[in-house]
Design a protein around this ligand. Sequence first.
Ligand code: AMP
Length: 134
Amino acid sequence: MSGIFKKIIDGEIPSYKVAEDDRYYAFLDINPLAKGHTLAVPKVVVDYLFDLDAETYSGLFAFIKKVSAALKSSTACKSVGLMVYGLDVPHAHVHLVPLKGIGNELNFSNPRISLTPDEFKITADSIYKEFIKL
Ligand code: AMP
């Protein structure tokens, strides 16, 4: 799957965008644990999150602070969980998952939810609307 997130950033592969600035991009995970499950990536291609230079790394966390606020405003969640997995796609990324507070929600062994393309689009657009207010 090498290069897939770079292709998403460049618009060569479609994605459900929830946030973007000049250095970072966030989009809905196509196989979500919860509605609004988002992946946030730096536009620079580095495989492993913890290999990012310090400035890009801290910038990513400033970016996801805003994305998380947008997620919290637009989804009926209690909190937003943050997870670093990175075992499938070699492009640094973090998972942001809206949580209901019922426990065991940040577990990739859990069944994924299925959403229609319309539901993905509506969810992404509502998060994006909140993001651009910040
Ligand atoms: P990991 O690298 O283990 O953090 O997992 C990669 C994540 O990327 C998985 O949760 C996938 O569902 C997600 N993913 C893979 N391809 C796409 C895509 N084209 N659009 C959105 N999410 C994707």
